[in-house]
Design a protein around this ligand. Structure first.
Ligand SMILES: [Zn+2]
Length: 373
């Protein structure tokens, strides 16, 4: 991995919102870009503007009729009841918004490009990616398209066979498992909150698949995630000997996120990415969930730092603090009186704690699936 890591971004995410009340009303990727630039971490030569995928390119996995409906929804800025019913467009979780086609098609275009950029090896960061709930012919869980699936297909098209997909978002990647759960050359690992939507990804004891789901209880702390990393994630990936590792790095498992009850600090995310930096000749890191504008911006900027070997200063320089101080979190109590460290540092204080028996038991149950194989 001699080449410098590349950052795929786009200005389309700046100011784009799913609507005033929707969890995806907050800025995310634009914060990562602004913070990274304020730290001097994003020079022009490593920044790759994301292309927007055309429907024909998306049709490698998505249904053509669904794609037509998505394009039409953007043009009309409304959908019929029949379209809402059939494709899940224009619902509370997947509303019609001004960039309803262009924004997800840009994230999808970035993931398709990532597979190409990684053909000969390297590291690519694509924080707008990670829309892991998208289905072939249906919008699902804030996702209109499934860019991780498109990334995996693109890697395959560019000569990569064995791929390890790790998902540490608080929610189970139902769309990605739908596509790759039965693929013997794709190792799938997901750590997600138990009994949370979409309620898939249970421990199934299925020894015929390379798919490992670890549902974890509310309050998951850094010590527990460190054990999961050391005992399960790293050994499974290392034993699989993948040609590429893809990490969906949703930040909604962090304590202050409004969409889960997990309690990690962003140190857990950086430790996982750091541990997998050299697990394969190719590494693609995607974003995912993350609905507290400060948590997601700080977490994902810190991950870009890890990929580059940069260490953030303990106290952020003024231009970086300015980016964080300008963020607003309307309609959420967490936005009313943000703690000072959300402005002044990238790194959370560690959230260590006791390792609960149910975590060690769950790891054993999942690893038992490999031993019986
Ligand atoms: Zn999520």
């Amino acid at each position: 991995m001699e080449k410098r890591p590349l950052f795929i971004g786009s200005e389309i995410y700046r100011g784009s919102t799913y609507g005033d009340w929707h969890p995806l009303r907050v800025p995310r990727v634009s914060t990562v870009m602004d913070l990274s630039r304020a730290l001097g971490w994003l020079p022009a030569q490593v920044y790759v503007p994301s292309p927007r995928a055309k429907p024909a390119a998306l049709a490698v996995w998505h249904d053509a009729e669904y794609l037509d409906a998505l394009v039409a929804a953007e043009a009309a800025q409304t959908v019929t009841d029949a379209v809402r019913e059939k494709f899940g467009l224009g619902t509370p979780s997947n509303p019609v918004f001004p960039e309803i086609y262009r924004r997800p098609a840009t994230a999808a275009g970035g993931s398709l490009l990532a597979g190409e950029l990684l053909a000969k090896g390297g590291v690519v960061y694509h924080p707008a990616g990670g829309t892991h709930h998208g289905m072939p012919a249906r919008a699902n869980g804030f996702c209109y398209l499934n860019d991780p699936v498109l990334a995996l297909l693109s890697l395959r098209r560019h000569g990569v066979q064995r791929v390890a997909y790790l998902d540490i978002d608080a929610h189970h990647p139902d769309g990605v498992e739908h596509a790759f759960g039965d693929d013997p050359e794709c190792l799938m690992i997901s750590v997600h909150e138990v009994d949370r939507w979409p309620r898939t990804g249970v421990v199934e004891g299925d020894t015929t698949r390379q798919t490992y789901n670890l549902p974890v209880p509310a309050g998951l702390n850094d010590s527990e995630m460190a054990l999961i990393r050391k005992e399960m994630i790293v050994p499974l990936i290392s034993d699989f000997a993948p040609d590429a590792v893809v990490i969906q790095c949703g930040s909604d498992a962090i304590e202050e996120d409004p969409q889960s009850r997990l309690a990690l600090s962003n140190n857990a995310h950086r430790a996982i990415v750091g541990a997998l930096m050299h697990a394969a000749p190719r590494l693609l890191v995607l974003g995912g969930g993350g609905y507290n504008p400060w948590s997601v911006g700080r977490c994902w900027t810190g991950i870009w730092g890890v990929l580059n070997g940069y260490d953030a200063p303990e106290v952020l320089p003024e231009p970086a603090q300015k980016v964080l101080r300008a963020l607003r979190f309307e309609g959420n109590s967490r936005g009313r009186n943000p703690p000072d460290h959300w402005f002044t540092t990238l790194h959370d204080a560690p959230r260590s704690g006791p390792v609960r028996q149910e975590i060690t038991n769950a790891i054993k149950a999942v690893l038992g699936e490999t031993r019986r194989r």
